[in-house]
Ligand binder design. Structure first.
Ligand code: ADP
Length: 487
């Protein structure tokens, strides 16, 4: 009946697992949302930057097409139209570029059929885009930082935690924006790396971001964990109430059986006590009657009264004898079920747990690892164990709290199972020992003195035995033996 330790822990284990699993689910869902938002933004940034770079090719293509030799050089107005174009230079036919880089880029452009990058400076974030056009060539000086479109840009600088960089393979990257680092190195990294859709400027767009621990949904996770703890608390409280109710029901049932049995014991005790006096009344009255008759002068009314007394005493003796026959239990040791002594002890201790706690009692059970199975009526055995423990508790009430110790020792002895109930109470004096199992013997104020005599009757009825002796430690030791189920 008493719940072992694991079932008591189980709701807490379940709550802990559910709390952790729920919190992990919430965190991973938040991370998933953030990853999706990051990917979407990075893809938008990739599209916008690709469009910008393609614009440079279009500008150069237009310049090559017009191949203007006008003295007012209209191409010099381009920087005013495009913020990222810093300068436009032109190599006339027959002239040479001032540096070899441009000459090589023009050569590459002629071979590839599209513009080529020259003089990339990743510190300032500038490069030239050179396009060979007929005998001459054009070059645009591009400021990479200005290629980021202000509107539509999904990663607003200063607010977005994302770091955005452009890089050519084998070259150091140029940071378009540095972002904000969250959680100082801790957290979950997000990364995007894709070549921009411009064959002439094949920069990699590298976007990285770190989701810091502070960005997890701690409120929701905390609320979920609190809900799980609340559920475990409610479950435990409900279980505790259930145990209390069951214990109260068991005690009530045991009390009813005990009252019935005590009534039987009471009747047996009365029959035993009354039998002798009634026999004496009959014998003495008959002797007196005989004496009076021998003396001759006898009052017939007195004779009738005495005969009446004898008849009534006989009737009373008969009632007592009938009572005795009615309450006498047949020995039933053979048909009894097999009961595990450990279970009986555990159940009785569970029932009396509040009593033990109230008396601040140290309880220990010493039992062999194997089950001790005895033949017994489970209710009668429960009654005996309950009674012995209750007597021990009452006996120890007069002792200081730190000296109250109850030991229940289980074992086997020949073909019998054995239970010793040992307490550290005042013990058993020779005078008490002499009358211990007699009905109506009690030293307790208000005690009926039928408990031990009933236990003795029940034990004997099951083919067992109940005995008592003072324990060397000063208390009392009661020993119950019952036939083993499998001797
Ligand atoms: P009751 O409890 O009504 O007195 P019992 O038959 O249970 O009746 O006990 C009879 C008497 O035996 C008690 O009054 C007490 O004097 C003595 N007794 C029983 N158990 C113990 C014990 N563990 N230690 C000392 N005395 C005991």
């Amino acid at each position: 009946m008493r719940a072992p330790a694991l079932p008591q822990l189980l709701p807490w284990l379940v709550a802990a697992v559910a709390a952790l699993a729920g919190a992990a689910l919430l965190a991973s869902s938040e991370l998933k949302d953030r990853r999706e938002a990051f990917d979407t933004n990075a893809r938008i940034a990739h599209r916008l930057l690709s469009q910008r770079l393609v614009q440079h090719d279009a500008v150069l293509a237009t310049l090559a097409l017009l191949n203007s030799t006008r003295a007012d050089q209209p191409e010099q107005r381009l920087p005013a139209l495009y913020a990222q174009i810093l300068r436009v230079t032109r190599r006339e036919a027959g002239q040479a570029w001032p540096d070899a880089d441009h000459a090589q880029a023009e050569e590459r452009s002629r071979q590839l059929g599209h513009a080529a990058i020259s003089a990339l400076d990743t510190r300032s974030g500038q490069y030239d885009l050179v396009l060979a056009a007929g005998p001459g060539a054009y070059a645009l000086r591009i400021d990479m930082a200005q290629t980021v479109p202000q509107d539509e840009w999904p990663l607003p600088p200063g607010r977005s935690p994302a770091q955005v960089a452009l890089a050519l393979p084998g070259q150091p990257p140029f940071a378009l924006q540095t972002g904000q680092v969250n959680g100082g190195g801790l957290g979950w990294p997000l990364h995007f790396d894709k070549v921009l859709a411009s064959p002439s400027q094949p920069f990699h767009l590298v976007v990285s971001q770190r989701v810091g621990p502070s960005e997890l949904p701690w409120m929701a996770m905390g609320a979920w964990c609190a809900a799980m703890v609340g559920m475990a608390l409610a479950w435990t409280a409900w279980q505790r109430q259930l145990t209390r109710r069951r214990r109260a029901e068991d005690l009530l049932r045991l009390g009813q059986v005990t009252r019935l049995n005590t009534l039987g014991e009471l009747a047996a005790g009365l029959a035993h006590e009354l039998n002798q006096p009634l026999t004496a009344v009959v014998a003495n009255t008959q002797a007196s009657l005989r004496l009076l008759r021998e003396q001759g002068d006898i009052d017939p009314t007195a004779v009738a009264a005495m005969e009446q007394a004898v008849a009534q005493a006989r009737r009373a003796a008969e009632v007592v004898a009938r009572l005795r026959r009615v309450i006498e239990r047949p020995a039933q040791a053979d048909g009894l079920p097999s009961v595990v002594l450990q279970d009986a002890v555990r159940d009785a201790l569970h029932l009396l747990e509040p009593e033990c706690q109230r008396r601040q009692l140290a309880t220990s059970v010493e039992a062999p690892a194997h089950e001790v199975r005895v033949r017994a009526d489970p209710v009668a055995l429960e009654q005996i164990v309950h009674n012995l423990i209750m007597n021990a508790l009452q006996a120890m009430e007069q002792m200081p709290v730190d000296q109250r110790r109850l030991t229940l020792r289980l074992g086997t002895e020949a073909s019998m199972g054995r239970l010793d109930v040992i307490d550290t109470g005042p013990g058993l004096s020779p005078a008490v020992m002499a009358k211990l199992f007699q009905p109506f013997f009690s030293t307790r104020a208000g005690g009926l003195g039928l408990g031990l005599s009933l236990c003795d009757t029940l034990a004997t009825g099951m083919g067992g035995r109940l005995s008592a002796q003072p324990h060397p430690s000063g208390g009392a030791a009661f020993c119950l033996t019952l036939p083993l189920a499998t001797p």
